[in-house]
Design a protein around this ligand. Structure first.
Ligand code: 3PG
Length: 217
Protein backbone atom coordinates (compact mmCIF):
# COMPACT_ATOMS: atom_id res chain seq x y z
CA UNK A 1 0.00 0.00 0.00
CA UNK A 2 1.20 3.50 -0.80
CA UNK A 3 0.67 6.00 1.97
CA UNK A 4 -0.85 9.34 0.93
CA UNK A 5 1.49 12.33 1.25
CA UNK A 6 0.70 16.00 1.71
CA UNK A 7 1.90 18.57 -0.81
CA UNK A 8 4.41 19.83 1.77
CA UNK A 9 5.98 16.40 2.06
CA UNK A 10 6.05 15.88 -1.70
CA UNK A 11 7.75 19.24 -2.27
CA UNK A 12 10.29 18.44 0.41
CA UNK A 13 11.44 15.20 -1.25
CA UNK A 14 14.08 16.93 -3.40
CA UNK A 15 15.04 20.49 -4.42
CA UNK A 16 13.81 19.95 -7.99
CA UNK A 17 10.63 18.46 -9.44
CA UNK A 18 11.29 17.37 -13.04
CA UNK A 19 8.60 18.56 -15.45
CA UNK A 20 8.22 15.77 -18.01
CA UNK A 21 6.70 15.78 -21.47
CA UNK A 22 6.55 12.12 -22.44
CA UNK A 23 5.80 11.46 -26.10
CA UNK A 24 6.24 7.68 -25.97
CA UNK A 25 4.89 5.79 -22.94
CA UNK A 26 7.69 3.24 -23.40
CA UNK A 27 10.12 5.94 -22.17
CA UNK A 28 8.24 6.45 -18.90
CA UNK A 29 9.82 3.73 -16.78
CA UNK A 30 13.47 4.17 -17.85
CA UNK A 31 13.08 7.94 -17.54
CA UNK A 32 11.60 7.71 -14.05
CA UNK A 33 14.32 5.26 -13.02
CA UNK A 34 17.02 7.57 -14.37
CA UNK A 35 15.64 10.48 -12.36
CA UNK A 36 15.12 8.59 -9.09
CA UNK A 37 18.61 7.06 -9.42
CA UNK A 38 19.89 10.64 -9.47
CA UNK A 39 17.91 11.54 -6.34
CA UNK A 40 14.80 13.24 -7.74
CA UNK A 41 11.70 11.44 -6.49
CA UNK A 42 8.64 13.63 -7.12
CA UNK A 43 8.05 13.57 -10.89
CA UNK A 44 5.52 15.71 -12.75
CA UNK A 45 4.25 14.07 -15.95
CA UNK A 46 2.42 16.77 -17.88
CA UNK A 47 -0.90 16.03 -19.56
CA UNK A 48 0.39 17.45 -22.83
CA UNK A 49 0.74 14.29 -24.83
CA UNK A 50 -1.56 11.36 -25.58
CA UNK A 51 0.95 9.11 -23.78
CA UNK A 52 0.74 10.98 -20.46
CA UNK A 53 -1.87 8.89 -18.63
CA UNK A 54 -0.27 5.63 -19.69
CA UNK A 55 3.11 6.99 -18.58
CA UNK A 56 1.67 7.87 -15.15
CA UNK A 57 0.15 4.39 -14.84
CA UNK A 58 3.46 2.75 -15.78
CA UNK A 59 5.55 4.77 -13.34
CA UNK A 60 3.01 4.32 -10.53
CA UNK A 61 3.02 0.57 -11.08
CA UNK A 62 6.71 -0.08 -11.67
CA UNK A 63 8.97 2.57 -10.20
CA UNK A 64 8.76 2.17 -6.44
CA UNK A 65 11.03 5.09 -5.54
CA UNK A 66 9.09 7.56 -7.65
CA UNK A 67 6.25 9.70 -6.35
CA UNK A 68 4.54 10.31 -9.64
CA UNK A 69 2.32 13.33 -10.17
CA UNK A 70 0.52 14.87 -13.08
CA UNK A 71 1.08 18.36 -14.47
CA UNK A 72 -1.03 20.59 -16.69
CA UNK A 73 -4.13 19.48 -14.75
CA UNK A 74 -6.69 22.15 -15.59
CA UNK A 75 -10.03 20.75 -14.33
CA UNK A 76 -11.55 18.83 -11.45
CA UNK A 77 -12.26 15.99 -13.87
CA UNK A 78 -8.60 15.82 -14.86
CA UNK A 79 -7.57 15.78 -11.18
CA UNK A 80 -9.82 12.75 -10.68
CA UNK A 81 -8.61 11.07 -13.90
CA UNK A 82 -4.94 11.35 -12.99
CA UNK A 83 -5.68 10.08 -9.47
CA UNK A 84 -7.39 7.07 -11.05
CA UNK A 85 -4.27 6.48 -13.17
CA UNK A 86 -2.11 6.37 -10.04
CA UNK A 87 -0.85 9.95 -9.76
CA UNK A 88 -0.16 10.91 -6.15
CA UNK A 89 -0.35 14.65 -6.70
CA UNK A 90 -1.57 17.07 -9.34
CA UNK A 91 -0.08 20.35 -10.52
CA UNK A 92 -1.99 23.06 -12.35
CA UNK A 93 -0.64 26.09 -14.19
CA UNK A 94 -3.40 28.17 -12.56
CA UNK A 95 -6.26 28.11 -10.07
CA UNK A 96 -8.92 25.61 -11.13
CA UNK A 97 -12.36 27.17 -10.67
CA UNK A 98 -14.15 25.69 -7.66
CA UNK A 99 -11.25 23.40 -6.65
CA UNK A 100 -10.31 23.33 -3.01
CA UNK A 101 -7.50 21.65 -1.15
CA UNK A 102 -9.73 18.65 -0.39
CA UNK A 103 -9.85 16.19 -3.27
CA UNK A 104 -8.77 12.78 -4.45
CA UNK A 105 -5.06 13.71 -4.41
CA UNK A 106 -3.14 16.80 -3.28
CA UNK A 107 -3.22 19.68 -5.76
CA UNK A 108 -0.48 22.28 -6.27
CA UNK A 109 -2.25 25.17 -8.00
CA UNK A 110 -0.44 27.79 -10.03
CA UNK A 111 -0.55 31.50 -9.24
CA UNK A 112 1.09 34.53 -10.81
CA UNK A 113 -0.23 37.47 -8.76
CA UNK A 114 -1.08 38.47 -5.19
CA UNK A 115 -4.78 38.40 -6.05
CA UNK A 116 -4.56 34.81 -7.28
CA UNK A 117 -2.55 33.89 -4.20
CA UNK A 118 -5.29 35.34 -1.96
CA UNK A 119 -7.95 33.35 -3.83
CA UNK A 120 -5.89 30.17 -3.40
CA UNK A 121 -5.33 30.79 0.31
CA UNK A 122 -9.07 31.35 0.67
CA UNK A 123 -9.62 27.85 -0.78
CA UNK A 124 -7.34 26.28 1.81
CA UNK A 125 -4.14 26.01 -0.22
CA UNK A 126 -0.82 27.12 1.27
CA UNK A 127 1.56 25.65 -1.34
CA UNK A 128 1.57 27.06 -4.86
CA UNK A 129 3.36 26.73 -8.15
CA UNK A 130 4.58 30.20 -9.19
CA UNK A 131 4.06 30.11 -12.93
CA UNK A 132 5.55 31.07 -15.30
CA UNK A 133 8.14 32.06 -12.70
CA UNK A 134 10.73 33.72 -14.90
CA UNK A 135 8.10 35.81 -16.70
CA UNK A 136 6.00 37.02 -13.77
CA UNK A 137 8.83 38.31 -11.60
CA UNK A 138 10.98 35.37 -10.53
CA UNK A 139 13.02 35.76 -7.37
CA UNK A 140 11.97 39.41 -6.93
CA UNK A 141 8.30 38.45 -6.86
CA UNK A 142 8.96 35.67 -4.35
CA UNK A 143 10.76 38.16 -2.07
CA UNK A 144 7.89 40.64 -2.43
CA UNK A 145 5.22 38.03 -1.59
CA UNK A 146 7.10 36.71 1.48
CA UNK A 147 6.24 39.58 3.80
CA UNK A 148 2.44 39.92 3.28
CA UNK A 149 1.96 36.14 2.85
CA UNK A 150 4.28 34.37 5.34
CA UNK A 151 2.07 31.27 5.26
CA UNK A 152 2.56 30.66 1.51
CA UNK A 153 5.26 28.38 0.09
CA UNK A 154 6.14 28.04 -3.57
CA UNK A 155 7.45 25.73 -6.24
CA UNK A 156 8.46 28.25 -8.94
CA UNK A 157 8.43 26.74 -12.41
CA UNK A 158 8.87 28.05 -15.93
CA UNK A 159 12.11 29.29 -17.42
CA UNK A 160 14.33 27.92 -14.65
CA UNK A 161 17.51 26.05 -15.52
CA UNK A 162 20.61 24.80 -13.70
CA UNK A 163 22.14 28.29 -13.73
CA UNK A 164 19.11 30.05 -12.27
CA UNK A 165 18.09 27.31 -9.82
CA UNK A 166 20.42 28.25 -6.90
CA UNK A 167 19.01 31.79 -6.58
CA UNK A 168 15.44 30.50 -6.35
CA UNK A 169 16.38 27.88 -3.76
CA UNK A 170 17.94 30.55 -1.53
CA UNK A 171 14.49 32.00 -0.87
CA UNK A 172 12.98 30.74 2.43
CA UNK A 173 9.47 30.62 0.89
CA UNK A 174 10.65 28.26 -1.88
CA UNK A 175 10.11 24.60 -1.02
CA UNK A 176 11.53 23.39 -4.33
CA UNK A 177 11.58 24.38 -7.99
CA UNK A 178 10.19 22.71 -11.09
CA UNK A 179 11.81 22.42 -14.46
CA UNK A 180 12.26 20.43 -17.62
CA UNK A 181 16.02 20.96 -17.88
CA UNK A 182 16.77 17.72 -16.02
CA UNK A 183 15.09 15.66 -18.75
CA UNK A 184 15.99 17.29 -22.07
CA UNK A 185 13.89 16.09 -24.99
CA UNK A 186 16.92 15.08 -27.02
CA UNK A 187 18.26 12.92 -24.19
CA UNK A 188 14.88 11.22 -23.76
CA UNK A 189 14.58 10.66 -27.52
CA UNK A 190 18.08 9.15 -27.62
CA UNK A 191 17.47 7.02 -24.52
CA UNK A 192 20.47 8.69 -22.89
CA UNK A 193 19.39 7.77 -19.36
CA UNK A 194 22.88 8.19 -17.92
CA UNK A 195 22.93 11.84 -18.95
CA UNK A 196 19.55 12.33 -17.28
CA UNK A 197 20.79 10.65 -14.09
CA UNK A 198 23.79 13.02 -14.08
CA UNK A 199 21.53 16.07 -14.50
CA UNK A 200 19.25 14.75 -11.75
CA UNK A 201 22.19 14.13 -9.43
CA UNK A 202 23.40 17.72 -9.84
CA UNK A 203 19.87 19.04 -9.25
CA UNK A 204 19.35 16.84 -6.19
CA UNK A 205 22.54 18.21 -4.63
CA UNK A 206 21.42 21.86 -4.82
CA UNK A 207 21.20 23.42 -1.36
CA UNK A 208 17.93 25.04 -0.31
CA UNK A 209 17.24 27.49 2.44
CA UNK A 210 13.87 26.15 3.54
CA UNK A 211 14.03 23.40 6.16
CA UNK A 212 12.13 20.16 5.42
CA UNK A 213 8.92 19.42 7.37
CA UNK A 214 9.64 17.72 10.70
CA UNK A 215 8.45 14.25 9.59
CA UNK A 216 11.25 14.07 6.99
CA UNK A 217 14.09 15.20 9.22
C1 3PG B 1 5.79 23.86 -16.74
O1 3PG B 1 4.87 23.36 -17.31
O2 3PG B 1 5.84 23.93 -15.52
C2 3PG B 1 6.81 24.49 -17.57
O3 3PG B 1 6.51 24.37 -18.90
C3 3PG B 1 8.17 23.97 -17.33
O4 3PG B 1 8.96 25.00 -17.65
P1 3PG B 1 10.40 24.85 -18.29
O5 3PG B 1 10.24 23.95 -19.49
O6 3PG B 1 10.79 26.26 -18.64
O7 3PG B 1 11.27 24.24 -17.23
Amino acid sequence: MTLPMTVDHILALAPVVPVLIIEDAADAIPLARALTRGGLFALEVTLRTPAALEAIRAIAGEVEDAVVGAGTVTSAAARQAVANAGARFAVSPGLIAGERIEGPIPLLPGIATATELMAGLDHGFTAFKLFPASVVGGVSLLKALASPFPQAVFCPTGGIDAAKAPDYLKEPNVACIGGSWVAPRDAVAAGDWDRITELARAAAALPRARPAPAILT
